[in-house]
Design a protein around this ligand. Structure first.
Ligand code: ZN
Length: 183
């Protein structure tokens, strides 16, 4: 998996000053009932802090940072991901708060929510199975975004192929001209 980095999540959970969990903070701020901090769960909001606790030992790098609260909240509430910041390096990451199954759709949807685009290595590996870990609405949104990105990539490759064709044609023309000069 070229798009992920190994990270011991115990180190993350034990060093909250170094590792800021922005998803968890957004979740806490969204609950006005003061129930989250005391009980870990708010029945009025139907949210649990567990949905923002890193589980798997992998980080997925983000290119952008300082996201709007609404986007952070959307990621924690609608996917099995949260957002971490390494305050020592200034880098931001996605990470998984669940496991035991293929959650590539969750990671991809999180990238879509935060950055609109999905890293190329991941784009090719997102599981296609409908209703695997995402509901119908989010699965459709993800599928539309992936198709759009793949088409854009195909167009870019077509342009590149054209450039190579031109370059090859130029070389052939040069060689032909030189050969004719000699004759
Ligand atoms: Zn609440």
């Amino acid at each position: 998996m070229g798009y992920s980095i190994y990270q011991d999540m115990q180190e993350v959970n034990e060093n909250p000053d170094k590792w800021v969990n922005h998803g968890r903070e957004a979740l806490r701020e969204s609950c006005k009932h003061k129930q989250l901090e005391e009980e870990n769960y708010c029945d009025k909001c139907d949210i649990s802090e567990d949905s923002a606790i890193p589980m798997m030992n992998y980080l997925y790098p983000l290119e952008l940072k300082d996201f709007e609260d609404s986007k952070l909240l959307k990621v924690v509430k609608e996917t099995n991901c949260t957002i971490l910041e390494n305050t020592e390096t200034g880098e931001w990451f996605l990470c998984l708060c669940g496991g035991g199954m293929d959650l590539s759709q969750d990671i991809a949807l999180s990238y879509q929510i935060l950055e609109t685009w999905i890293p190329q290595d991941l784009l090719r590996e997102v599981c296609k199975q409908p209703l695997l870990s995402l509901g119908s609405k989010n699965y459709k949104k993800l599928a539309r975004g992936i198709m759009k990105q793949l088409k854009m990539e195909a167009n870019r490759n077509k342009e590149k192929a054209k450039d190579w064709k031109e370059s090859l044609a130029n070389l052939r023309a040069d060689e032909k001209a030189k050969k004719e000069q000699k004759e």
